[in-house]
Design a protein around this ligand. Structure first.
Ligand SMILES: *[C@@H]1O[C@H](CO)[C@@H](O)[C@H](O)[C@H]1NC(C)=O
Ligand SMILES: *[C@@H]1O[C@H](CO)[C@@H](O)[C@H](O)[C@H]1NC(C)=O
Ligand SMILES: *[C@@H]1O[C@H](CO)[C@@H](O)[C@H](O)[C@H]1NC(C)=O
Ligand SMILES: *[C@@H]1O[C@H](CO)[C@@H](O)[C@H](O)[C@H]1NC(C)=O
Ligand SMILES: *[C@@H]1O[C@H](CO)[C@@H](O)[C@H](O)[C@H]1NC(C)=O
Ligand SMILES: *[C@@H]1O[C@H](CO)[C@@H](O)[C@H](O)[C@H]1NC(C)=O
Ligand SMILES: *[C@@H]1O[C@H](CO)[C@@H](O)[C@H](O)[C@H]1NC(C)=O
Ligand SMILES: *[C@@H]1O[C@H](CO)[C@@H](O)[C@H](O)[C@H]1NC(C)=O
Length: 559
């Protein structure tokens, strides 16, 4: 497969087959033969790749059989396996009327094994029994709950873990990590019927965001439709933008008089499509999202004889992150499995980053990092950027500190990106490619995130990206094992974000994907999902102490 690694982002239309770049003469002959059958380029390339894989014993019958689909690639098999695991968690429910769906306000909450006194370290279990709007007990599970334990006066909070008993009842587990008066707070984020509908909707199309590409040539411009896949339309040629190594691809309709290479800018726009039925849409009205379940009286937790002062190792890459992954106390995050260093001052971060190169790859939740370094604690200065805040949404940003030899860059993860203004597309390489371009080493730090720009598309697209990033990291660690890599999961966002397009259930499934894909590899795992559930930020750009702790945990791993 060496031939396919040599080029990337190759643009080709059907009139300029990329196959011509394969150097092997027999392959060329075969290509001409196969093209004469009028085959589609996509199929053709897959088959050709299969052929190259198995070129020691090519089976030409197989290649020429039009009814044989190309076999799944290894990558597709991996993607499907993870997808199937997640699909198993999705409730399979159907309903006719809105009044049959779970109503959080009607639910009943009780304490399993109530006691007179509670101690730090106890496993505290709350039972939730769900009812529909008519007061009938629910008989199946799948509701998307968001539980937390809060002591506001202590700046303390932690998420709970939900055990679905699959019959309309749930056990929510809250270990007690601190002494004091604690409040139990459980939200019914979406009812199970909504979860099922969102999963179906997400997989009913290629996505709810459309794309337009801008072709430019000698000053002339033309705009055309782009997508992961495009249907054949009469008289229209299709340009394929393919990364053969990572099997990533998107397409645009070719514009007459422009070449595929002249695709320069891209924009995403809301297709205004919904795959929800009217009765399903009722579930996603504001008053039905994030419904607070009935409260129980605050619990008094005593320290008793329990102490949590056992020394914990410093947070290091390669540690696996449990659920919950930590808790806040005094607004400081305490990971359960390691000791986090609190970085606050400019001096703290300068000491950490001196002599280092920091690559932030992902979305605006990492742009927050470079904004904090330039405009907040001012330890680096932007290079060629004279604005403030979010101006220049789509730009790659660089910032430096010449005295301390600190270099910081922020770059996005590449297609797809939801943004309604045209942005330059050529430099937005896939994250895996951005990793491949770096030598790494002990003074190189990568912080990687993705998620918010994938909620709008079928989950397999996200799974494949995650696996590809892992593959790129495995190679990075072979050549430069001392490179520091931090995976920051996506965080929760606004409760009323449009559920179908940006809602947190889509984000939650992606979070599960990252947890699975990045197990057993030498990365620091920053569970920003858990950190934002625990602090209930409900903001796509977590503010305040939540953001400060995300930074501290990231740089504890990095430094
Ligand atoms: C082509 O594929 C079909 C279905 O898989 C199979 O029945 C048929 O025998 C194949 N033909 C050849 C020539 O391999
Ligand atoms: C969902 O339930 C229906 C009816 O009970 C059944 O026909 C279908 O196969 C189920 N689907 C899955 C994915 O389990
Ligand atoms: C449930 O909602 C449907 C549709 O609005 C309505 O026809 C039905 O009477 C309702 N059921 C009850 C018991 O109110
Ligand atoms: C629900 O399932 C749990 C665990 O299997 C069981 O203990 C409980 O009695 C069930 N509740 C109802 C109402 O069936
Ligand atoms: C393409 O270029 C040719 C020759 O320059 C010109 O005649 C034709 O009008 C152009 N077509 C379009 C769609 O611009
Ligand atoms: C705490 O420990 C002390 C001494 O080890 C013991 O006497 C006391 O009973 C313990 N208290 C509780 C509540 O377990
Ligand atoms: C965490 O590290 C700090 C600084 O090294 C140390 O003082 C503290 O005792 C450690 N805490 C735990 C729980 O290991
Ligand atoms: C952070 O900076 C403050 C003041 O500059 C210092 O007291 C503290 O020890 C530093 N913490 C770390 C972890 O370096």
């Amino acid at each position: 497969m060496a031939a396919s690694t040599k080029y990337f982002f190759s643009a080709s239309s059907e009139s300029e087959p990329t196959t011509m770049r394969y150097p092997l003469i027999p392959v060329l002959l075969l290509a001409v033969l196969l093209l004469s059958f009028g085959w589609y380029q996509g199929n053709f390339q897959n088959l050709l790749r299969h052929f190259l894989h198995t070129c020691l014993a090519p089976n030409t019958n197989l290649l020429l059989n039009e009814s044989t689909l190309p076999p799944k690639t290894e990558l597709q098999v991996e993607v499907d396996a993870i997808f199937d695991n997640i699909e198993k968690l999705i409730p399979n429910v159907s309903f006719t009327f809105f009044n049959q769906t779970t109503n959080g306000k009607n639910s009943k909450i009780s304490i399993v094994n109530p006691r007179e006194t509670y101690c730090v370290g106890d496993d505290f279990v709350v039972q939730v029994d769900m009812f529909d709007h008519l007061g009938n007990r629910k008989t199946y599970g799948g509701d998307f709950l968001r539980p937390r334990l809060v002591s506001a006066a202590l700046g303390a909070s932690v998420s709970g873990t939900v055990e679905d008993l699959k019959n309309g009842s749930y056990h929510v587990h809250f270990p007690f990590y601190w002494a004091g008066k604690v409040n139990v707070n459980i939200l019914l984020f979406y009812p199970s019927e909504g979860v099922a509908a969102l999963w179906r909707s997400r997989h009913s199309s290629q996505g709810v965001i459309g794309f337009e590409g801008k072709y430019e040539k000698f000053g002339a411009e033309a705009i055309t439709k782009c997508a992961f896949r495009l249907s054949e339309e009469d008289g229209k040629e299709i340009c394929e933008y393919k990364d053969p190594l990572y099997e990533e691809v998107f397409h645009c309709y070719k514009v007459p008089n422009f070449t595929c290479e002249s695709l320069n800018e891209m924009r995403g726009y809301d297709l205004q499509m919904s795959y929800l039925t009217p009765v399903e849409q009722q579930i996603f009205q504001r008053s039905n999202i994030g419904v607070q379940l009935p409260q129980i009286s605050p619990i008094m937790v005593a320290q008793c004889n329990t102490t949590f002062n056992d020394p914990k190792p410093k947070c290091q890459p390669g540690m696996s992150s449990p659920v919950p992954s930590g808790y806040y106390y005094n607004q400081i995050w305490s990971p359960l499995y390691c000791n986090m260093t609190v970085y606050t001052t400019a001096e703290n971060f300068t000491n950490c980053l001196q002599g280092k190169k920091l690559f932030l790859i992902g979305d605006s939740t990492l742009r927050q990092f470079i904004m904090h370094f330039t405009e907040g604690i001012k330890i680096v200065k932007y290079f060629r950027y004279h604005y403030k805040g979010w101006a220049g949404w789509s730009w790659t940003l660089e910032a430096m500190n010449m005295e301390k030899d600190i270099y910081v860059s922020y770059k996005r993860h590449g297609f797809p990106l939801e943004h309604s203004a045209f942005y330059y597309v050529k430099e937005d390489l896939y994250t895996s490619r951005q990793i491949d371009q770096r030598g790494g080493g002990k003074d190189t730090i990568f912080i990687i995130t993705m998620g918010q720009h994938f909620r709008q598309f079928p989950l397999k697209i996200f799974i494949q990206r995650a696996i590809n990033i892992r593959k790129a990291l495995e190679r990075l660690f072979l050549r430069s094992p001392a490179t520091k890599v931090i995976i920051k999961t996506e965080n929760t966002r606004e409760t009323f974000a449009p559920a179908e397009r940006r809602g947190d259930f889509h984000g939650y499934t992606q979070y599960l994907v990252l947890k699975e894909v990045f197990q057993g590899i030498n990365v620091g795992f920053v569970d920003a999902w858990d950190m934002t559930v625990a602090s209930a930020t409900a903001s796509v750009h977590p503010p305040g102490y939540t953001f400060a702790n995300i930074l501290s945990l990231s740089f504890t791993f990095a430094c």
